[in-house]
Design a binder for this molecule. Structure first.
Ligand SMILES: [Zn+2]
Length: 312
């Protein structure tokens, strides 16, 4: 064989090896810690949540939009299916009004039509759902977000009623200073108009609702435990996992996606282990709510543990 063909063969072989290794590292490698990255237990949440007549009576969900993700983007290395990802808003309903008015707390609000159009692909906007969430925010006692990504906070920042609802939008200092809040549509002036939610450790701003900061996916990420008067318990887990498969199968998002998001992959790895060991395995009676898992959310609504429409 001529020398130059030999070199060409070696170059091609090297490129193939590099290509396969890159694919393995970037797309197929999962990262889940061996031990939970958070020491807080389910019983710790329960103690802080309180009990009795003041607990909320219902939790509702509305899908504001829906997108589609290739399976490999959600579960590292598994390209066997496409995931339908809802962009949802939650409403925790109390029997009595709070002193400042309103008997509901909204958690996440999804995004508006413009935001959905920018997502492209097979994204579908739910006009009726969006309108209902907007109406519900005007009547809410408070509006919280799991984190400040545009698909969770965009419908707040870009709400036609922003000035009316702003003081009831409660941002943690980490969310208010977060790198993504601008992309959700918040200007510094708008952030200044919002209320603040300053806390450390476990914090219950409303009966039956307990917050814990879980920086990783974003610096301002938090999870929200909800205990209803009927004893049903939920953990709104935000985007630590995008799909329940991440938790049950203990497989994270691929490295490429984490790099793109700029997330703290080690922190998320410890949180995934925490959700799997401390919640899913040890306390299956607590229903984990993953932000973008349609099958899971539909199941909760179908079985009646969550309402499929908002109380207005
Ligand atoms: Zn997110």
């Amino acid at each position: 064989m001529k020398r130059k063909y030999k070199i060409l063969l070696i170059v091609v072989a090297v490129l193939i090896v590099v290509g396969f290794s890159a694919k393995r590292v970037l797309l197929d490698s999962s990262h889940v810690a061996d031990v939970p990255g958070i020491a807080v237990t389910v019983d710790d949440f329960r103690k802080v949540a309180g009990s009795g007549e003041n607990l909320p009576v219902k939790i509702n969900i509305i899908r504001v939009a829906e997108g589609e993700f290739p399976g490999g983007m959600v579960v590292a290395g598994d390209r066997s299916k496409t995931y339908t990802a809802p962009l949802a808003a939650f409403q925790v309903v109390y029997e009595r009004e709070f002193p400042g008015g309103g008997n509901t707390v909204i958690v996440d609000a999804g995004l508006d039509r413009d935001g959905v159009d920018k997502m492209g692909g097979h994204s579908v906007f739910n006009e009726a759902g969006y309108t209902m969430v907007q109406r519900a925010m005007r009547k809410a006692a408070a509006i919280l977000i799991t984190h400040e990504h545009f698909d969770h906070a965009g419908a707040i920042a870009r709400s036609p009623f922003f000035n009316e609802i702003s003081r009831r939008v409660l941002l943690t200092p980490e969310q208010a200073a977060g790198p993504e809040i601008k992309n959700a549509g918040f200007t510094p002036e708008m952030i200044a108009k919002c209320g603040r939610l300053t806390y450390t450790g476990l914090h219950s701003p409303f009966p039956g609702m307990v917050l814990l900061k879980t920086p990783g996916h974003l610096q301002g990420h938090q999870v929200i435990y909800v205990k209803l008067r009927n004893g049903n318990e939920f953990l709104i887990a935000g985007d630590i996992a995008w799909h329940m498969d991440n938790i049950t199968r203990l497989i994270s998002r691929p490295l490429l996606v984490s790099l793109f998001l700029g997330e703290d992959r080690d922190a998320v790895a410890g949180q995934l282990r925490w959700l799997h060991d401390v919640w899913y395995k040890a306390h299956p009676e607590v229903r984990i709510i993953v932000s973008h898992d349609r099958a899971q959310q539909d199941g909760y609504v179908k079985s009646g543990v969550m309402g499929g429409s908002f109380s207005l």
